[in-house]
Design a protein around this ligand. Structure first.
Ligand SMILES: Cc1ncc(COP(=O)(O)O)c(C=O)c1O
Length: 397
């Protein structure tokens, strides 16, 4: 079944390993390849296309903005950026927001903000950042340092100074290393790359308390968990634990590159003109689409639908697990599901799914897959996707 990796035919660097087909068109939760074959999309471009493909209101927002203004730089204000930050401030704890283009950039800004916040108070040694086992925060030097993947770090050293690791969901491990030089604790409320692993509520509550007691900032990386994926606009709302800084990207643009670093007025004060920036951050095209995404995803009916659709996904997964003795564990945080296979290799299953016309995503573990479909995927698309899921299994077991 294994076919040639399509990237060998291109001038793209070999740091990705896409399969043999090339998607050329998408509509709702279906994409078509260059030969007209259709695929049900259970991956959502890794939790990005939260309203599916070619959503008419997003298309319209993009076209309208494309006809008026593309770029002016951050020397000047642009209305879509103002509208987007207003919308985010209205719906979240945030009072001030920095706009950028990717989760990576949003996290860099978050950590720089924490360090600069204490630097400006004359606390020049207060720059340490605590992060967690199995975390993922992006691929810049700062983000591979704060993340916990030896594989991502290998060959790119030296890493940066001032980072410490604690165990995810283990408060005592944080208590052992937090000290007067800690500037921030950075955590994914639900770890995505490692397979949709939720933090326990008392753990996040405990981190909030520890941050307050030790005068340091709590940063939530909601790059993957944000924008409706878990059934609330942001996952922190479901937990009832409010961070000092929060990052969001992926789903916020529904497929357009846009990201945000959210914080309070007091903390944002340290980002005075010139301290930080991004040429394309706040780009009018991306912001116009992102505002529309937030308007649509915030609707209660859509968020309730996420919970209902999750039930249908879990029902299918449970039936398949029983029939094929399939999974060791299935975890869900809304329409974001991690499944650990007992025997099957995730990579082989992905290929079998492609053959049957289904797109899913692998997690960092060799036997874990992730599902992160459109939040408005239809029941018929879900049922057909699982028909294909089942056929892919039959080809493997
Ligand atoms: C939790 C988390 N943080 C940060 C990132 C990096 O985001 P980007 O790839 O947009 O730079 C990701 C990407 O998967 C992520 O899942």
């Amino acid at each position: 079944m294994k076919k040639n990796n399509s990237i060998d035919r291109t001038a793209l660097m070999p740091n990705y390993a896409p399969p043999w087909f090339t998607p050329v068109k998408g509509d709702k939760s279906v994409v078509w390849d260059e030969n007209g074959k259709d695929y049900i999309d259970f991956g959502g471009g890794i939790a990005v296309t939260c309203l599916g493909h070619a959503h008419p209101e997003l298309n319209q927002a993009l076209k309208t903005q494309a006809d008026s203004l593309w770029h002016v730089s951050n020397y000047l204000l642009n209305q879509p950026a103002v509208d987007l930050t207003d919308a985010l401030a209205k719906k979240t704890f945030a009072e001030k927001i920095f706009l950028s283009n990717s989760g990576n950039e949003a996290n860099e800004a978050a950590m720089k903000l924490a360090r600069r916040f204490y630097f400006d108070q004359g606390k020049k040694d207060k720059y340490e950042i605590i992060s967690f086992s199995d975390s993922f925060h992006g691929r810049s030097m700062m983000n591979i340092t704060v993340g916990d993947s030896e594989f991502h770090q290998t060959g790119f050293g030296p890493l940066l100074e001032g980072f410490k690791k604690a165990q995810f969901n283990d408060l005592d491990s944080v208590k052992k290393i937090i000290n007067k030089n800690t500037a921030a604790i950075m955590v994914e409320p639900i770890q995505g790359e490692s397979g949709v692993i939720p933090a326990k509520n008392p753990f996040l509550e405990g981190l909030r308390k520890l941050a307050d007691e030790n005068d340091c900032l709590l940063i939530f990386d909601e790059v993957q968990s944000g924008i409706g994926r878990t059934g609330s606009l942001l996952a922190y709302m479901g937990y009832g634990v409010v961070p000092d800084i929060l990052t969001v990207a992926k789903g916020m643009g529904g497929g357009m590159p846009v990201a945000a670093t959210l914080t309070t007025e007091k903390i944002a004060e340290c980002f005075q003109p010139g301290t930080h920036g991004s040429t394309f951050g706040g780009n009018p095209l991306s912001c116009a689409v992102a505002s529309k995404v937030i308007e649509i995803v915030s609707k209660q009916k859509l968020l309730t639908g996420v919970v209902e659709k999750t039930t249908l996904f879990l029902k299918h997964l449970s039936a398949l697990s029983e029939e094929f003795d399939l999974f060791d564990d299935v975890r869900s945080a809304g329409l974001w599901i991690g499944c650990d296979f007992k025997k099957i290799k995730a990579g082989e299953f992905l290929e079998a799914c492609y053959e049957e016309g289904l797109i899913i995503v692998q997690a960092s573990g060799q036997s874990t897959i992730r599902l992160a479909p459109s939040l408005i995927i239809g029941d018929s698309e879900i049922n057909e996707g699982f028909n294909r899921f089942r056929k892919a299994l039959q080809n493997l077991v």
